[in-house]
Design a protein. Sequence first.
Length: 306
Amino acid sequence: MAKIIDGKAVAVKIREEARTRTAALQARGVRPCLAVVLAGEDPASLSYVAAKEKALAGAGMASREFRLPAGVAEAELLGVINALNADETVHGILVQLPLPSGIREKTVISAVDPAKDVDGFHPVSVGNMVLGGKGFLPCTPHGVLVLLREEGIPTDGARVVILGRSNIVGKPLACLLSRREVNATVTLCHTGTRNPGLYTREADILIAAAGRPGLVSAGMVKEGAAVIDVGVNRLADPGSKKGYRLSGDVDYGPVAEKAGWITPVPGGVGPMTVAMLLLNVVQAAEDAANAADAGAGARAAAVRYD
Ligand code: GUN
């Protein structure tokens, strides 16, 4: 029977760190602030945004929400982002995805100042991630890395198989897990992969991030493997209060009997995504405060030596 990885418990520790760093910034007169831009009324996006804002408040940070109608013009959305880029009281900008049809995701993501790109989606952030430069890491893949580390799941030389090649999860995970300090051998499977079970059955660590409930059956899993379920699928459930229930991509019960570790949905990777976002926001605010102090110091020095 697998050990259940408690993402909530790990996330609590990280949120505590975010709170401590926020308090230190507040002592310097800076309150970290995230601007959340939400276009349209996608129910899942609304609930993700609410969870992020609640977590920010819990850590002592501020958030400002910018709600735009689903029919918003791309130019108007870009105008909002440009204003937030210029606003010194805003340290991070998060544009909730997916965007309504007709709005170009790449154009919008590229409009965010990389110094405020706490999602880590901007091409400059992605470039820094690939090349090992300084920049924000995307929250879900970074959260998965931290979960593996905190659980003591060995990655050095491990065979990792990722299901799903999204820009938000699969591709960045492949990049991060193959870094020298993590040292895994990564296989990225996707909808074009013939017989994915051939790969998954060899995996020491199997990461499901395809957004397809029931994708990973017990027959696809190696005995004792770590199974990380990034899927968040809403399945209709008329008997429940909300009318749906959440399910990952993994056939949880049977896979839990065979795996060595498993993340539940909810309560596994999800809380880590939010926790890593908090760290990115506090980091962005620290960077801005340090740059402002350095600027003030340089100006004072210039006055002294004039
Ligand atoms: N949509 C689903 N996941 C994410 C995320 O991590 N960030 C943003 N901005 N949108 C998302």
